[in-house]
Structures are given as structure tokens and as C-alpha cells.
Design a protein around this ligand. Structure first.
Ligand code: DGY
Length: 323
């Protein structure tokens, strides 16, 4: 129950959500939505924490130490819509007595699909081809123009073999890729996929490296100058996890020097800003954080956050409690 004894609790949605999600929240809550649909800054989050029972943010909403410093708040739960919660300072939330939930599982397939899309785009130079056509610079098929590389027979190195990493592996095998993996593993490990003895060994032996590790202090710039140099000449880096895993200036240098053939990024180090060195490069695919961007999945994520919020308000342990 809300602390002030009102009959309906109040939820603050930091962005618009699908009609199904907003309607479902409205069945149970008085809902306050940031209809402007762009981040409104921390002062707004602090105000909302004071007026709502449940905060419903997304990646990029900064719930940092400074915000929790203003506790106590009326809000007792941050029901994040998203599996990643690196934008929430968990220790500070715990100290302030605020619980946090996320939305795992429901976005696994869509995110794995985007990783595969990026692998295809980067390997076959699809973004570059599309730009060529739209600029009226295509003069017909020429056998030596615009050559990419064949996927079948190559090795895909997966960094982080959890739900999404394994879903990428499932798809990759159908393209004839051999899968190696390293990092945290969760669940069943298909016998065909080989565990690399170390990250360096994986980088040295993979034609394509795809990142599926969470953003933590340990994974900050996991792909730094040295690690990028360890990747095979002519290989490809894919990132659908979090931008902080890659030192993007070092990545731009590696692409410019021709050490890497291409990169595909759905997430960015300074999101939503794009590292300027990457902007003009033909051999990097840049997507606007589309991993979970389908009507179905965004709805499932929102409903999962609602389920967590309702369990919390009913005094039950939420299904996806992070802290
Ligand atoms: C997640 O769930 O963490 C995605 O990156 C945002 O949709």
C-alpha cells in the first residue's frame, strides 16, 4: 500500500511505453508519465521519488548516489524496464532502503536477433551498401566492388555466455559459425560450443567477437587498446551489451588502421552521443540501442515490471528482485 494511505498507489513512468503497458499500469496505479519522452534530468527524478510509490525507469535514467543522498523518499521500489541496471547505484539504493527489480528473459530473443543482424551487416557491409544506393552512387553490379566475407566456417567468440550469449550461439550455429565462449556462463552449455581458456585466447582465435557481459567496474573498457590489438587482423567486434565495455576511441583507431575489418554497435560508450571518430567511418554499423525494440518485447518488459511492482506492493517478494 502507498505510505500515505491513498487507495491507489502512484507510479512514475520516465518515458512513454506501448499502449498495452500504459493501460496495464493505469489499471492498478495512478500513473504519471513523462510524455515528453526524453530524459528530464535528475531533479525531475528526485521530485518523482518524493511523489510516487514506484518508479519505472529505463536505461539512461541516472539513479546515482547523489539521487539516493536525498532519501528518505516516498518511493520504495525502482521497477526498472530493462535487464541491465548499471544506471542504478545498487549499494546507494540499498542504503536508502529502496528495492530494485529488472526484466530478464523476455528480451533475450530480440537482443540475440539484433546481434546476428549486426554480424550480417558488418560482415557483408550492408549499411555501406544501403548508403551507396540512397546516395545514387550505385552504377550496377561489379564483381570486385563491395566485397564482404563469408560467414560459414568462421569462428564466433562470445564474451558472456548467459541467456543472450547462448541465444546468439543458437542462431550462429545455423549460419555455419563455430562458437567459442568465455566469461560468465549460465544454464545449459551446448556440447558443440567450446569454452576458450581465457578472454585473450578467445580474442586471438575468433573472426567475430560479440559482447554479452553486464556493465560493471570489472568490464569497464574490457575491450581496450591491448585487447583490441589481440583480436585477429581482419576480425569484427559486435556490441549489444553496454557501451562502457568498449574504449570507442581505441576501437576507432583500430578500424582506421585496418586492424579490424568492421564493428557493429547497438550500444554506445556515451549514449546517446556517438563517439565522433566513429561517425564518419564506413566500416562501423551504428544502431540506436534497438536490442529489445519490438512491440512484443517492449510490451512484455513493461508488463514484467508491472508484475514486479504489484508483487512488491502486495508485500510479496518480486520475481525479479535485484536488491
Ligand atoms: C536492457 O534491457 O538492458 C536493454 O539494454 C534496454 O532495453
Amino acid at each position: 500500500m502507498p505510505r500515505d494511505g491513498r487507495s491507489r498507489p502512484v507510479a512514475y513512468l520516465t518515458r512513454r511505453h506501448t499502449d498495452a503497458v500504459e493501460a496495464a499500469f493505469a489499471e492498478h496505479f495512478d500513473v504519471s508519465v513523462n510524455v515528453g519522452d526524453v530524459p528530464r534530468g535528475q531533479p525531475e527524478l528526485i521530485r518523482a521519488m518524493d511523489h510516487c510509490d514506484v518508479m519505472v525507469p529505463i536505461v539512461g535514467d541516472p539513479f546515482d548516489e547523489l539521487l539516493f543522498h536525498h532519501a528518505p523518499y516516498r518511493a520504495t521500489l525502482i521497477a526498472n524496464i530493462g535487464v541491465g541496471f548499471n544506471h542504478i547505484d545498487l549499494s546507494a539504493a540499498a542504503r536508502a532502503g529502496i528495492a530494485v527489480t529488472n526484466t530478464p528473459d523476455v528480451l533475450t530473443d530480440d537482443t540475440a536477433d539484433i546481434a546476428i543482424a549486426l554480424i550480417l551487416m558488418a560482415t557483408r557491409r550492408l549499411g555501406e551498401g544501403e548508403r551507396l544506393v540512397r546516395a545514387n552512387r550505385w552504377h550496377g553490379l561489379a564483381p570486385t566492388h563491395h566485397l564482404g566475407h563469408t560467414l560459414r566456417g568462421r569462428t564466433l567468440g562470445i564474451v558472456g555466455y548467459g541467456r543472450i550469449g547462448r541465444a546468439v550461439a543458437d542462431r550462429a550455429r545455423a549460419f555455419g559459425l563455430t562458437v567459442r565462449w568465455t566469461g560468465r556462463a549460465g544454464g545449459h552449455t551446448p556440447p558443440d560450443d567450446e569454452m576458450a581458456p581465457s578472454l585473450d585466447a578467445l580474442l586471438e582465435t575468433s573472426d567475430i567477437v560479440t559482447l554479452h557481459a553486464p556493465a560493471t567496474p570489472d568490464t569497464q573498457h574490457l575491450m581496450n587498446v591491448e585487447r583490441l590489438a589481440r583480436m585477429k587482423p581482419g576480425s569484427i567486434l559486435i556490441n549489444t551489451a553496454r557501451g562502457s565495455l568498449v574504449d570507442e576511441r581505441a576501437l576507432a583507431d583500430s578500424l582506421r588502421a585496418g586492424h579490424l575489418f568492421a564493428a557493429g554497435l547497438d550500444v554506445h560508450e556515451h549514449e546517446p552521443k556517438i563517439t565522433s571518430a566513429l561517425m564518419g567511418m564506413e566500416n562501423v554499423v551504428l544502431l540506436p540501442h534497438l536490442g529489445s525494440a519490438t512491440e512484443e518485447t517492449r510490451t512484455a518488459m513493461g508488463l514484467r515490471a508491472l508484475e514486479n511492482a504489484l508483487q512488491w506492493l502486495a508485500g510479496k517478494p518480486p520475481r525479479d528482485r535485484v536488491i
